[in-house]
Design a protein around this ligand. Structure first.
Ligand SMILES: Cc1ncc(COP(=O)(O)O)c(C=O)c1O
Length: 417
């Protein structure tokens, strides 16, 4: 869709900063999008503008009034992005901080006793929050095992572990190590069938830049994302919480509104840069559909991004032109297998007999930026069961091209042949 529309890829790439060149290292192909996506040029401009403003939103002067409007517009854009028809959207320190906060509010706010459930695929952002707050609230932790072969966790695996006393559940939308997405809607529905009162918190941090987010459709209570992984900038996270989760007690200023999730003075620049991301997705959606409805355009953008992701994944794994893909290269093991369906922007692999950091360095010297995942507290949950000390993660986004994949494959071919 994107690559087949004349001129569209160039238009897309022209909207991002540092597409082909790193200011520190020179020319490189950027395949480290799961670590942090390219930033929109509009975000860079907006950030610089707001960095210079001394005023606070809401003060009785022109600056305070305008900044408050920017915050309100940002919130409206966040609601549209999440498809949040109720509940609250808010900004926090990071995606991790927000996930801790959502899990803590759920653990402390729900009925005492019972259990908390999550899967072994989860990033420590939810896994650690679950362990900590289950410990403090005296609850058992139920861990649903993921499938090493496919790199994901299915609804049937959850079903086998569900009990009516589950109070809090965490779900990883997409793994940043295997790249595979879980069927969040089906898992949430299965949890609700058995434990209707459970509060369900989703880590959407890897998913958010690879397809539309629809919290109404997912039927969950909390969802957090990291904007620097979806074309904005570092320094803040964004979350949505349902009215049910919002009704749980939470840290707040005494005497202030009890339903408030926002602590302290707002950084209007964070909200403004999120609006830039939504404007970009709106523009992209308008290139691939002609709907007059803004949410429909965001969803169309999500489909176009997912289609380009799948095209790139097919090229990385299956090859492009005369170049074989990783799936056909001797000595390469793909983490989570060679499935394209359900893969969102990541192909992780290990080369037999090769140290992954050395391979990452070799690719770096050839102008290709990828990243090592180690069997540490971030990725050990996936790598240790596979008997791997590390792997190479190649992660792409919709602005990457098949020509860039071809360059990567030719370097890999030179190495493995
Ligand atoms: C799925 C997932 N969850 C949580 C995190 C942590 O995000 P942050 O460091 O932005 O808080 C990451 C970061 O890579 C991630 O990919």
């Amino acid at each position: 869709m994107i690559a087949d529309t004349p001129g569209l890829m160039d238009e897309i790439r022209s909207r991002f900063a540092h597409v082909e060149t790193c200011p520190f290292e020179g020319r490189r192909i950027f395949f480290e999008n799961a670590g942090g996506a390219l930033h929109l040029k509009s975000v860079v401009e907006t950030s610089a503008f707001h960095a210079a403003i001394p005023d606070n939103p809401g003060r009785a002067n022109a600056a305070g009034t305008r900044l408050q409007q920017i915050v309100e517009t940002g919130k409206a854009d966040m609601r549209l992005f999440f498809n949040a028809r109720s509940g609250r959207v808010f900004v926090g320190e990071s995606g991790t901080e927000l996930l801790f906060r959502l899990v803590r509010a759920a653990a402390l706010g729900t009925e005492a006793g019972g259990a908390m459930i999550g899967s072994t695929l989860e990033h420590p952002a939810t896994a650690s929050a679950r362990a900590r707050w289950a410990g403090i609230t005296g609850r058992a932790v139920i861990k649903v095992p993921h499938d090493d072969a496919t790199g994901t966790v299915g609804v049937e695996a959850y079903r086998a572990h569900l009990t009516p006393d589950i109070r809090v559940a965490t779900i990883l939308h997409t793994s940043p190590v295997t790249g595979m997405a879980a069927d969040v809607a089906a898992i949430a529905a299965a949890i609700r069938e058995v434990a209707p009162a459970a509060l369900i918190v989703v880590d959407g941090i890897q998913h958010a830049s690879h397809g539309a987010v629809d919290v109404a459709g997912l039927g969950v209570d909390g969802y957090a994302i990291s904007p620097y992984k979806m074309f904005a900038r570092h320094g803040y996270g964004v979350a949505w919480a349902s009215d049910r989760l919002g009704a749980c007690g939470k840290d707040n200023l005494a005497g202030g509104p009890a339903d408030n999730w926002e602590l302290g003075t707002r950084d209007a620049g964070a909200y403004a840069t999120f609006s830039d991301v939504v404007s970009y997705l709106d523009w992209l959606g308008g290139q691939v559909c002609d709907s007059p409805d803004r949410r429909a355009r965001l969803e169309a953008a999500g489909r176009a991004i997912a289609a380009q992701d799948a095209r790139l994944a097919r090229a990385v794994i299956g090859g492009t032109g005369t170049l074989p893909g990783l799936g056909a290269m001797a000595g390469i093991t793909l983490i989570g297998g060679d499935r394209i369906d359900g893969r969102e922007g990541v192909v992780s692999f290990r080369a037999v007999g090769r140290d992954s950091p050395a391979l990452v360095e070799h690719l770096r010297k050839n102008g290709i930026r990828v990243h090592t995942r180690k069997a540490d507290h971030y990725s050990g949950n996936v790598l240790v069961p596979l008997g791997m000390a590390d792997c190479v993660r190649l992660s792409f986004s919709h602005y990457n091209t098949e020509a860039e994949v071809a360059r990567f494959l030719s370097v890999m071919q030179g190495l493995t042949s």
